[in-house]
Design a binder for this molecule. Structure first.
Ligand SMILES: Cc1ncc(COP(=O)(O)O)c(C=O)c1O
Length: 427
C-alpha cells in the first residue's frame, strides 16, 4: 500500500498541530505509525490522498448513518448553501429538525441546539445543577461524555470515589463535585447516594457504553438507576451522543423503555456537520436562558446548513427503513460472518444495532471496561495495518467501536470478515 502523500502531509501537519491532528485518537497512537490523510468519501468508501480506497467502518466515529456524501443530504445542503450558511437568527430549519428529533423522543417536548456532543453535556450538567440547586454529579467509570473539565475524571480504587483528574489542566476545584462509581454496580451507586444523596444534582450515563468497548447494562440496573434518582430528587441524564438515532429511532431511551430527565445528543443528528442537542421536558428546559436563569448560548448554534443536514439525514433514515434493515439483514449477517471466523486467536465481538465492537485477544465477554484484556491493544495494533492494507478502515484503537451505515452492503461485510480472519491467522 503506497502512502507517500499521507506521510508527506503528516510531516507538514505535525509542525502545525500537536501530533498533526485536531482530535487525539486520529493520530494513530494506539495502532502505531503515522495517520492517513483522506480526500474523499462516497457511500461506504473512503479514499486517501494516495488514492487507496477503503470500506469505512468508522463512519466519522458514528456520525454518518447514511454513509459519505449521501445524495439525500447533499441535495438539500446545496440548496441551503445558495441562501447562506448562517444568519444568527431562528430559521424554519431549526424548527424542522427540532420537530423530527422530538417526534422520536417522546415525552421530551423541548430541545436546545448546540455545536457538539461536549457542549450538549456541558449544558445538561449546568441545567441539572441550576434546576435542582445542587452541586454533585455522579459519573460512571468508563463512560465518556466529551471534554468538559468536571467529567475528565477516572475512578480511584474504592467502590465510589471522588473523581481523579484524567487530564492535566483540570483543577481540583473543577472536579470536587464529581463522584465516580463503578459500571453496572448497584453497590457503588448506593454508596454515592448514601453519602451524598441530598446534594446529587444528576447521574450521567452512556446508557449503552460505547466509548471503552461496547457494554450493555442490565435492564434491572437501568430500572434501579431510574428509581434511586427519582427517590432522591436527582436528575438522570442519558448521554445518547453515540446511541441516539443509531441503535434505533428512539435510541437507548426507547430500548430500555425508561424516560430519563435529560438526554444529550450529537453525531447523527448533524448528518456529518457539527450539531449537539439537549432534550428534556419543558418544565426542566424552562430553566435555560432566556426563560430561566441557567445561561447557555452559541453564535453558530442552530445554523441552517447543519440543521438541513440533520433533518435530511433523519428523514432519509426513516424513509429507507434503516433500523429494520440493520436488525433484520446487515446486523445478523455481520454477526454470522464474524462469529464464523476460524482463528486460533481469541476474538470477542459484540453488536448493538449498528454499533459493533471487535476485540481480538479477549477471551469471553469482559464485564466492564476495566476487564478488557491487556493483550487486546497489542493484538489490535499488530493486525490494524494488515486490515488497513486489505482495504478496511476501522477506528484506530481497540477501545473504539465501529459502525454500520445505510451505505454498507453484504460485500463490505464479507471483505471485513476476510481481512480480519487473514490478519488474525497471521499473528
Ligand atoms: C457519549 C458521548 N458523549 C459526548 C461525546 C462528545 O461529543 P463531541 O466529540 O461531539 O464533543 C462523545 C464523543 O464521542 C460521546 O461518545
Amino acid at each position: 500500500m503506497e502512502t507517500t502523500l499521507s506521510e508527506k502531509l503528516y510531516e507538514t501537519a505535525v509542525q502545525l498541530a500537536p501530533a498533526g491532528v485536531h482530535s487525539p485518537v486520529r493520530a494513530f497512537k494506539a495502532v502505531g505509525g503515522s495517520p492517513l490523510f483522506f480526500k474523499k468519501g462516497v457511500g461506504a468508501q473512503l479514499t486517501d490522498v494516495d488514492g487507496n480506497i477503503y470500506v469505512d467502518f468508522c463512519m466519522c466515529w458514528g456520525a454518518l448513518a447514511l454513509g459519505h456524501a449521501s445524495p439525500d443530504v447533499i441535495g438539500p445542503m446545496e440548496r441551503q448553501l445558495q441562501n447562506g450558511t448562517h444568519f444568527g437568527t431562528p430559521t424554519e430549519k431549526d424548527v424542522e429538525l427540532a420537530q423530527l428529533i422530538l417526534s422520536a423522543l417522546t415525552p421530551f417536548d423541548q430541545i436546545r441546539f448546540v455545536n457538539s456532543g461536549t457542549e450538549a453535556v456541558m449544558t445538561a450538567i449546568r441545567l441539572a445543577r441550576g434546576y435542582t440547586g445542587r452541586n454533585k454529579i455522579v459519573k460512571i467509570d468508563g463512560c465518556y461524555h466529551g471534554h468538559m473539565d468536571p467529567l475528565l475524571v477516572s475512578a480511584g480504587s474504592g467502590l465510589m470515589t471522588q473523581g481523579i483528574s484524567s487530564s492535566k489542566g483540570v483543577t481540583a476545584g473543577a472536579i470536587q463535585d464529581t463522584l465516580v462509581v463503578k459500571y453496572d454496580s448497584k453497590e457503588s451507586m448506593l454508596e454515592a447516594f448514601n453519602k451524598h444523596g441530598n446534594d446529587i444534582a444528576a447521574v450521567i450515563i452512556e446508557p449503552i457504553l460505547a466509548n471503552s468497548g461496547l457494554f450493555e447494562p442490565s435492564n434491572d440496573y437501568m430500572q434501579f438507576l431510574r428509581k434511586i434518582t427519582e427517590d432522591h430528587g436527582t436528575l438522570l441524564i442519558y448521554d445518547e451522543v453515540i446511541t441516539g438515532f443509531r441503535i434505533g429511532w428512539g435510541g437507548a431511551k426507547a430500548k430500555f423503555n425508561i424516560v430519563p430527565d435529560i438526554g444529550t445528543y450529537g453525531k447523527i443528528i448533524g448528518g456529518g456537520l457539527p450539531v449537539g442537542a439537549v432534550c428534556a421536558m419543558k418544565k426542566i428546559m424552562d430553566a435555560l436562558a432566556p426563560v430561566g436563569g441557567v445561561y447557555q448560548a452559541g453564535t453558530l448554534s442552530g445554523n441552517p446548513l447543519c440543521m438541513t443536514a440533520g433533518a435530511a439525514t433523519l428523514t432519509a433514515l426513516q424513509k429507507s427503513k434503516f433500523y429494520e434493515k440493520i436488525e433484520n439483514d446487515l446486523g445478523p449477517y455481520l454477526d454470522k460472518k464474524i462469529q464464523n471466523i476460524k482463528t486460533n486467536a481469541p476474538l470477542y465481538y459484540k453488536r448493538v444495532g449498528s454499533i459493533f465492537w471487535l476485540c481480538p485477544g479477549q477471551k469471553g465477554a469482559p464485564k466492564d471496561p476495566d476487564s478488557i484484556s491487556k493483550e487486546a491493544s497489542e493484538i489490535f495494533k499488530s493486525i490494524y495495518r494488515k486490515i488497513l492494507a486489505a482495504g478496511i478502515y476501522l477506528s484506530p484503537s481497540v477501545y473504539e467501536v465501529s459502525f454500520l451505515s445505510a451505505a454498507h452492503n453484504r460485500k463490505d461485510i464479507d471483505k471485513l470478515a476476510e481481512a480480519l480472519a487473514k490478519a488474525l491467522n497471521e499473528i
